[in-house]
Design a protein around this ligand. Structure first.
Ligand code: AHR
Length: 491
């Protein structure tokens, strides 16, 4: 028997809704043939696929990162503004493709406005320079009568775009990056880039790239950044992708442990450095690329390269939910996270010319984004365990919960990591009482390898039910290999 104890008075932190962010890169069919397909009968007047916009609205992403990714480390933003017929096609070194630049800054801003999401731009700190980066800030946000602001006006945008979030470089620690930087090189570049970008607009929030390779340099990278440029660091950006490389479900379900290790160590690292350097302002974590990705080769030179079009199954959906649970449990430090990516490229949505399919990972993301409260709760849970190779016993259930104080609701999120067993559980409230009914939303499918395809689009989905509850105790049985959200009203 499993036990979950909820207490609306045991709060951890507010939740920043930016943990439900997304990421759009010029890569494969993410933009061209995904978001943007002017020749499609499904496109709107701006060339954006209306079916894709509708699906993305369901994910309620409050912030969208753009334009890369590895792509940005060779990108010239000026190539993507102004009359489309005058924009140059360029060789994209990151993905070895031809970038036509038909979609750029202003098209992306238009997309964000339609999705009611905040744009988050990453500047080129690979083969780009600080002048180019600060000019992009001025072009987007400037209000003075300068050449760049007039240029934006000429391009049809009288009002500033007010782009709030700016990342400096992408995965600068990776040898795969155009213009990879050593810890010293990046700390130095970051200081100079951020200084002039803030001079262009003092209100912007800046994100520093720290680790994606998770190699031995990440402590030094964080240390040099905070020592040299703390006043310009609002977030440190970390990336990860996880997967079931060994085809071992139990080990895959233990992905929660590596995520916990990464988040906990970064929280401690940043806390120690802020203490050491007497940094008063908060420095948050932005997991601004995260997802499952292990099947599609990243190597554009490989004959198997398919533009990172990964097909997801039910076990991947469970692992997406494990990551969202971790973001909720670490809500005090994780203030932004961006699912990489949104369409076709390692994505919850896959298109073809006549329509789209929602992959398994769409459903947990939609569910959490729709039901998440504004405060993370400190949940107690115990019960049945499993022991994946190389681990001590882990609880079969992975749990997180949030409170919406205004609505007087708790959202309880539970991943049942058993492939075979339903988990009978007693959920109890430590303070107050349930005021039923509880809304139960369950993401599941016939088996852990079930996928959604154009031929069978509904193998993994979400089932809704209403469960009555009053008093302090709610018995509930979690289905095998499922993600459940229980939204409970409080008396
Ligand atoms: O999201 C795909 C790629 O993964 C991005 O371009 C890069 O930042 C990461 O390695």
């Amino acid at each position: 028997m499993n036990q979950i104890k909820l207490d609306p008075e045991r709060t951890l932190s507010t939740i920043d809704r930016n943990i439900f962010g997304g990421f759009v890169e010029h890569l494969g069919r993410c933009i061209y043939g995904g978001l943007y397909e002017p020749e499609s009968p499904l496109a709107d007047e701006a060339g954006l696929r209306t079916d894709v916009l509708d699906a993305l609205r369901r994910l309620r992403m409050p912030v969208m990162r753009y334009p890369g990714g590895n792509f940005v480390s060779g990108y010239r933003w000026r190539d993507g503004v102004g009359p489309v017929e005058e924009r140059p096609a360029r060789h994209d070194m990151a993905w070895n493709s031809i970038e036509p630049n038909r979609f750029g800054t202003n098209e992306f801003i238009g997309l964000c406005r339609k999705l009611d999401t905040e744009p988050y731009f990453v500047v080129n700190c690979g083969d780009g320079d600080m002048r180019e980066a600060r000019d992009w800030v001025e072009y987007c946000n400037g209000t003075q009568p300068t050449h760049l602001v007039r240029l934006r006006h000429q391009h049809g945008f009288e009002q500033p775009h007010r782009v709030r979030y700016w990342g400096i470089g992408n995965e600068v620690d990776g040898p795969w990056q155009v213009g990879m930087k050593t810890p010293e090189e990046y700390a130095r570049a970051y200081l100079e880039f951020s200084k002039v970008m803030r001079w262009a607009d003092p209100s912007i929030k800046l994100l520093a790239s720290v680790t994606s390779a998770w190699d031995a340099t990440f402590v030094e990278r964080a240390q040099l950044l905070i020592e040299q440029a703390a006043q310009y660091v609002d977030y440190v950006s970390i990336h990860w992708y996880v997967g079931n490389q060994d085809g071992d479900f139990a080990s895959y379900m233990a992905t929660s442990e590596i995520i916990e290790d990464r988040l906990s160590s970064f929280e401690g690292l940043i806390r120690a450095l802020r203490f050491q350097q007497q940094v008063a302002h908060p420095i948050a974590l932005a997991v601004d690329e995260w997802n499952v990705w292990y099947r599609a080769t990243p190597d554009p030179a490989s004959p198997n390269f398919n533009g990172l079009e990964e097909t997801y199954n039910l076990e991947d959906a469970l692992v997406v939910a494990l990551q969202l649970n971790a973001f909720i449990r670490h809500a005090a430090s994780v203030r932004m996270a961006n699912l990489a990516q949104v369409v076709n490229v390692i994505a919850p949505i896959v298109t073809r010319p006549d329509g789209l399919v929602l992959q398994s990972i769409f459903y947990p993301f939609e569910l959490y984004s729709r039901t998440c409260g504004d405060t993370a709760l400190d949940v107690f849970w115990q019960g049945e365990t499993f022991t994946p190779a190389g681990h001590a016993a882990l609880r079969v259930l992975d749990v997180a919960a949030t409170l919406d104080a205004a609505e007087k609701t708790i959202a309880l999120y539970v991943v049942n990591r058993s492939e075979t067993d339903a988990m009978e559980t007693t959920i109890s409230l430590q303070t107050g009482a349930f005021a039923g009914p509880v809304q139960a939303s369950v993401v599941n499918g016939p088996d852990i390898r079930a996928e959604n395809t154009f031929d069978q689009p509904g193998r993994v989905g979400v089932a809704e039910a209403s469960v009555s509850a009053d008093g302090k105790t709610l018995p509930y049985t979690f289905e095998p290999h499922s993600v459940t959200a229980l939204v409970c009203r409080l008396a």
